[in-house]
Design a protein around this ligand. Structure first.
Ligand code: NAG
Ligand code: NAG
Ligand code: NAG
Ligand code: NAG
Ligand code: NAG
Ligand code: NAG
Length: 385
């Protein structure tokens, strides 16, 4: 894996202010003191920084992915813009900086490639309170990687990083509205941003028409697919709250699905599920039982360090009338089957792409009933022994 080290710029004091109408510089080094993490929604946009400053137990990152919708292709790309201390997220490789941009690619034949670049700090510019007048943008200084956009209008990730051998653009045109862990962003203020204790999550783009146009190590990688963007954050280490988790997103027929099902260290389960169709939310919930994700194949649940990667997952969604937008009770039974790993072997982590088949029932739209097929990108963490 290639890595470029840049001169660190001296970290000058942290800022903390309402995260809108704001240019926020995030230093490349761990900051002393107490981090303030935002866990309730305000008029600040979904994609604004949520933790400040980044101390030795805090993380805040922006995540983008795209997976090909061509069933014969194994092409995908994942980008994460970290502002995360390594103690807070131990799966990061050791680095002198907390502002790291990482890119993972799979070519149509399934060959993997990845690289990371240490930034000399990051700057995130957030538009004014309404969030409608401008795009939020993030520049990871000196890496050539940046992103900008809005949940409603979509995002563009620019990659001009010859130092790590990759150049091009990835654009995301949303096909499903944003959401918070427990429901739509209908009333933006006062909603929980917690998917579980101390874990903040906001899903700016649950699904998008993604257009990938990159040159990776001299090889063109161009594809259209299902795209996704979210962000995660906390003021305490990830491993102090998570034992194992399953997350994924799928496009199947006219539907877009996001699932999330994890166990904390005490064995309690926390979930979030989101289903959209025709750029409208069918239902969303964080109630226990609204989604159940379990591994399929010769593996064990719950997974622990070193548990073999599953062949796929069974995802059972059950949204009652109160959790859907007037669609009544909706049930979806889905099987996700791994077609390709998207990261190398790791005892604690697996990310894969796959095909999905599902059957949906209920809902106001009877024409929707029946068998669905599509693609998905999903991951699991298994952090305890
Ligand atoms: C944090 O505190 C230590 C010890 O006082 C000091 O050496 C270090 O420079 C401080 N770091 C920052 C980023 O202020
Ligand atoms: C970071 O800030 C949080 C408070 O939000 C605190 O609980 C934690 O102990 C701090 N971490 C360090 C390493 O100072
Ligand atoms: C897969 O594709 C990559 C990128 O085009 C290429 O470098 C590699 O040789 C291919 N591998 C096989 C086994 O064909
Ligand atoms: C996404 O792509 C599909 C298939 O090409 C197209 O029908 C749809 O209009 C696109 N949606 C947006 C929002 O671009
Ligand atoms: C957390 O971040 C990962 C990226 O590493 C992303 O795949 C996932 O969607 C996020 N999920 C939650 C619920 O925090
Ligand atoms: C199931 O997995 C275990 C542990 O990896 C292995 O020893 C066993 O042979 C596998 N069984 C089958 C039927 O593949």
């Amino acid at each position: 894996m290639l890595r470029i080290h840049l001169t660190l710029i001296a970290a000058l004091g942290a800022f903390l202010a309402p995260a809108y109408g704001l240019t926020q510089f995030i230093p490349s080094t761990i900051q002393n003191g107490t981090s303030n993490a935002q866990f309730v929604s305000t008029s600040s946009p979904l994609d604004a920084p949520k933790v400040s400053p980044i101390n030795g137990s805090a993380y805040d990152w922006w995540y983008f992915d795209a997976v090909s919708t061509d069933p014969s292709s194994r092409a995908s790309v994942v980008l994460t813009f970290f502002t995360s201390s390594q103690p807070a997220f131990p799966l990061l490789s050791p680095s002198p900086t907390i502002t790291v941009a990482r890119i993972w690619v799979s070519f149509p034949n399934g060959t993997l490639w990845s690289a990371e670049a240490d930034a000399a700090g990051a700057t995130v510019v957030v538009p004014d309170a309404q969030g409608s007048k401008g795009r939020t943008s993030g520049v990871w200084h000196g890496t050539g990687l940046s992103w900008s956009g809005t949940p409603a209008g979509g995002y563009v990730v620019l990659v001009d990083a010859p130092g790590i051998g990759v150049q091009g653009t990835i654009s995301f045109e949303p096909t499903a509205p944003p959401h918070y862990p427990c429901g739509p962003v209908s009333s933006p203020v006062g909603q929980t941003l917690l998917v579980g204790p101390n874990i903040g999550w906001a899903n700016a783009v649950p699904d998008a028409n993604a257009s990938v146009d990159l040159v990776v190590g001299g090889v063109p990688l161009k594809f259209g697919g299902s795209g996704y963007a979210d962000k995660n954050w906390s003021d305490i280490p990830f491993t102090s709250r998570v034992a194992s988790w399953y997350w994924g997103h799928a496009r199947l027929g006219p539907y877009s699905l996001v699932w999330f099902d994890y166990l904390d260290l005490a064995g309690a389960e926390h979930v979030s599920v989101y289903l959209a169709r025709d750029n409208k939310i069918v239902g969303a919930s964080c109630a226990l039982g609204s989604v159940v994700v379990r591994p399929a194949g010769n593996t064990t649940y719950p997974p622990t360090l070193g548990t073999p990667r599953p062949e796929g997952y069974r995802v059972s969604v059950e949204l009652d009338g109160a959790e859907t937008s007037g669609a009544g009770k909706v049930e979806l039974e889905l099987t996700a089957t791994v077609t390709a790993p998207l990261v190398g072997a790791n005892p604690a982590y697996a990310r894969s792409m796959g095909t999905v088949t599902g059957v949906i029932s209920g809902g106001a739209d009877s024409e929707a009933a029946g068998k669905l097929e599509g693609v998905a990108l999903f991951e699991q963490f298994q952090l305890t022994s």
